[in-house]
Ligand binder design. Structure first.
Ligand SMILES: Nc1ncnc2c1ncn2[C@@H]1O[C@H](COP(=O)(O)OP(=O)(O)OP(=O)(O)O)[C@@H](O)[C@H]1O
Ligand SMILES: [Mg+2]
Length: 226
C-alpha cells in the first residue's frame, strides 16, 4: 500500500542563518495491507517528519512516496495538488496529535464530515460517528457542543473518531494515545486491530511502550540522518 524510496528531507532554517537540518536521509519503507508499522526512534529522529511526508504535508528534497490509490499508484512527491487531495479524501486517514478545532461545529459534525464528503447519507454518517464516539467514551451530552472547550483527552478522542469514521485503506497515526487513560487507549488499540483485520495499512508513532508492542507488527527504526 505504501512504498517509500530514497526519501531525503533537510530543513533549511532561513531565519537562523540558513542552517541546514538533515532529518531524513535516503529513507526506505514498505507497508503492506493489514499490517501496522510503528516508527521507532529517539525524540527528534524524524518520526513525525516522515509521517507528515506520507500525508504530503511536507515535500521531500528527493525520493518517492508511492501510494496505492484504488487501482493506481500515485507518487505523492510528484503528484499535482488535486491528486494529493483526492488521495487524502479516499485513501489516507490522518490522526494528528491534536485536534484542529473549528469554532461552532459540533463534535458529531466534526467526526461525520470526512464520511459525508464521500457522499454517504447523513443518517449513515451519524450512526457511524455516534458509534465511534460511544466506543471512545465521549459522553453523549458533549456530542452537540463544539470541541473547543473539551479537555485534551476529549478532543483527542473526537480526533480519533474522525480519523476512523471512513474505512481508509491507509491510516497514519501520530501518537493517538498520548493523552489518553488506559481504558481509552485500549479502545484505540481495538480500533487499530479492526482496521488491520479489514486490510488497512497503518503507520503509527506510539510513545507508550506497552501500546507500541501491542499494535506493532514491525518496528521501523529511525536513524540519525547524516
Ligand atoms: N517544519 C520544520 N522546520 C524546521 N525543522 C523542523 C520542522 N519539523 C521538524 N523539524 C526538525 O526535524 C527534526 C525531527 O523532528 P520530528 O518532529 O520529525 O521528530 P520526532 O522523531 O517526531 O520527535 P518526537 O518524538 O519528539 O515527536 C527535529 O530536530 C526538528 O527540530
Ligand atoms: Mg513527533
Amino acid at each position: 500500500m505504501i512504498r517509500v524510496e530514497n526519501l531525503s528531507k533537510t530543513f533549511v532554517l532561513h531565519h537562523q542563518n540558513g542552517i541546514n537540518l538533515p532529518v531524513l536521509y535516503k529513507a526506505e519503507l514498505t507497508v503492506n495491507a493489514g499490517e501496522c508499522v510503528v516508527l521507532h526512534g529517539h525524540s527528534g529522529s524524524g518520526k513525525s517528519t516522515l509521517l507528515r511526508s506520507l500525508y504530503a504535508n511536507y515535500l521531500p528534497d528527493e525520493g518517492h512516496i508511492h501510494i496505492k490509490h484504488g487501482d493506481e499508484w500515485v507518487d505523492l512527491v510528484t503528484a499535482p495538488a488535486r491528486k494529493v487531495l483526492e488521495v487524502r479524501k479516499g485513501t489516507i486517514g490522518w490522526v494528528s496529535q491534536f485536534l484542529r478545532v473549528i469554532p461552532r461545529i459540533s463534535a458529531l459534525d466534526v467526526v461525520m464530515q470526512p464520511l459525508l464528503d464521500l457522499g454517504v447519507s447523513k443518517e449513515d454518517c451519524r450512526t457511524k460517528a455516534s458509534s465511534l464516539l460511544t466506543r471512545l467514551n465521549v459522553p453523549e451530552r458533549l456530542w452537540h457542543l463544539a470541541p473547543s472547550t473539551f479537555s485534551g483527552g476529549e478532543q483527542q478522542r473526537v480526533n480519533i473518531a474522525r480519523g476512523f469514521v471512513v474505512d481508509y485503506p491507509i491510516l497514519l497515526l501520530d501518537e493517538p494515545t498520548a493523552s489518553l487513560d488506559d481504558k481509552n487507549s485500549a479502545a484505540v488499540v481495538e480500533l487499530i486491530d479492526e482496521a488491520k483485520a479489514r486490510g488497512a495499512a497503518i503507520v503509527g508513532i506510539f510513545h507508550d511502550e506497552a501500546v507500541r508492542n501491542r499494535v506493532a507488527d514491525r518496528l521501523h527504526p529511525m536513524g540519525a540522518a547524516a
